[in-house]
Design a protein around this ligand. Structure first.
Ligand SMILES: Nc1nc2c(ncn2[C@@H]2O[C@H](COP(=O)(O)OP(=O)(O)OP(=O)(O)O)[C@@H](O)[C@H]2O)c(=O)[nH]1
Ligand SMILES: [Mg+2]
Length: 468
């Protein structure tokens, strides 16, 4: 599970600026999809190979004039409690304030490891600006500038000391599909968990495995063993599983991160809310295979069903690649499609696409529609190969590919999706300039054949030119 770091501090000390700097490394692949709302409080960041979640605790709730502690409202305290470590930001320009001392007191009481950062210290002598902050008794203050990026890496190395990157398992298909059931409170996650685990064909193993505070429940259905990653606190009570709904964004993010397939649950009888869109946005950002379960479909008339479907395509249109299941977890209706959809999404996420097949599909698409000319530039697409799995990444090589418009990229995505029947998984298409097959090797590992060819070529080169 990835470590979680919360950024805490008075208003205006630069939490959001630091948050943006830390999370900026995320690619823009999912940026401009209609309906996609990004949750600016929660993000994923990277220090070297170490990935972590970062929480910006500012702006959770409207500011009042009742002093700093009122402003550190419930949600901030929850974020502090859920985080593994805290970065406490202060302002070098303002110096140590009363508010800082109050926050320090709160943090000390909570007992979480804290690193104290003195922000806006660009152009100032670090020893001088940090001096007065020792008084907070939170250890050596770290002078940084979030806006300029000074000493940010040093800060995060300190904060994340002791954490190791998790081994990259993306290319090896894990044995058991890991399923996370996510959604905002009250959409029916618990009922769905029960319906899933209570199914006649399912044998749930009694002992849940616990990693820190996430719970993994193994169960078997037919030949297959699945692992359910619990976000809601599932407890077994007699024959039924009971989920105590305590919604936590961090737990949701961690479950999405750990899962191979996410079952995103929404409530058909309520409006699709921003919170739904935030959660769905995270699923997409993580590149997870997903099944959309539209729950509480019972007891709705045709008109309201239409309304809900319209709302879904308006607000969660960016999940259109996912199977939509209209279900009633309570009455066990529409549930037959669930496992087949989960299996299909899982299989799609780990599909292997050969270079010749990808290239042929691409060429057929190009023959139908040329990429449009952009000023003097006419992009030419030459070949495509798979750059990764889970989610599938297709890398298209050619010239002037930076002039390919997004609409054309989506056209290619749809082409590949249809052609290779990739239902339920996000699919990423990236372009590479130039048509040297060895270019971009770091980002896109060579296939075995390409690797062998490269080795042969190097051997030939050595024979011809000598050297090692
Ligand atoms: N000089 C300087 N200004 C900074 C730095 N970091 C942030 N600022 C500025 O400080 C102001 C507040 O920054 P924010 O990142 O919005 O602060 P915040 O802590 O998120 O504020 P709230 O969310 O309102 O609590 C902005 O005008 C930033 O441009 C820095 O490193 N140096
Ligand atoms: Mg802010």
């Amino acid at each position: 599970m990835l470590p979680t770091i919360a950024l805490v501090g008075r208003p205006n000390v630069g939490k959001s600026t630091l948050f943006n700097r830390l999370t900026r490394t995320r690619d823009a692949l999912v940026a401009d999809l209609p309906g996609l709302t990004r949750d600016r409080h929660y993000g994923k960041a990277k220090l070297g190979d170490l990935k972590y979640f970062v929480v910006d605790t500012g702006g959770f709730e409207p500011k009042t004039d009742d002093g700093i502690l009122k402003q550190m409202a419930r949600q901030t305290l929850q974020a502090i409690d859920e985080a593994d470590r805290i970065v406490f930001l202060t302002d070098a320009r303002q110096g140590l304030t009363h508010g800082d001392k109050q926050i320090a007191e709160v943090l000390r009481k909570r007992g979480k490891p804290v690193v104290l950062a003195v922000n806006k210290a660009e152009g100032m002598r670090h020893g001088v600006v940090t001096a007065e902050f020792h008084e907070l008794g939170l250890g050596e203050p770290c002078a940084i500038s979030g806006a300029h990026g000074d000493s940010i890496e040093e800060l995060m190395e300190l904060v994340l000391a002791g954490y190791e990157p998790e081994p990259e398992a993306d290319d090896d298909r894990p044995r058991n599909p890991r399923i996370a059931i996510v959604g905002r409170p009250n959409v029916g996650k618990s009922t769905l968990v029960n319906a899933l685990l209570g199914e006649d064909r399912v044998i749930a193993f009694d002992q849940p495995g616990t990693t820190r505070d996430s719970i993994y429940i193994d169960f078997q259905r037919g030949e297959r063993t699945y692992t359910l990653i619990d976000t809601a606190g599932v407890r077994r009570r007699g024959k039924v599983f009971e989920a105590i709904e305590k919604f936590s964004v961090i737990k949701t993010l961690q479950a999405i991160e750990d899962a191979n397939v996410v079952v995103m649950v929404v409530d058909a009888q309520q409006d699709i809310s921003d919170q739904d869109a935030h959660i769905a946005g995270h699923v997409l950002e993580q590149g997870r295979a997903v099944v959309l379960a539209v729950n509480k479909w019972d007891g709705m008339d045709t008109y309201h069903r239409e309304v809900t479907k319209n709302m879904l395509s308006r607000k969660l249109g960016f999940l259109d690649f996912a199977q939509h299941l209209f279900i009633s977890a309570l009455h066990g209706q529409g549930m037959n499609g669930l496992f087949p959809s989960i299996d299909a999404a899982y299989a799609a996420a780990f599909t292997k696409l050969s270079t010749p097949k990808l290239t042929r599909a691409m060429m057929a698409a190009v023959a139908q529609h040329q990429p449009p000319k952009n000023g003097p530039f006419r992009p030419k697409l030459r070949y495509a190969h798979q750059g990764g799995m889970n989610p599938p990444l297709v890398i298209v090589h050619g010239s002037a590919t930076n002039h390919v418009p997004d609409s054309y990229k989506r056209y290619l995505e749809n082409t590949f999706r249809t052609h290779f029947e990739l239902r339920g998984t996000p699919l990423r298409v990236e372009f590479r300039q130039g048509f040297n097959p060895f270019e971009g090797r770091k980002a896109a590992p060579l296939t075995e054949r390409e690797e062998n060819k490269a080795r042969r070529n190097r051997r030939r080169g050595r024979k011809l030119f000598g050297g090692t």
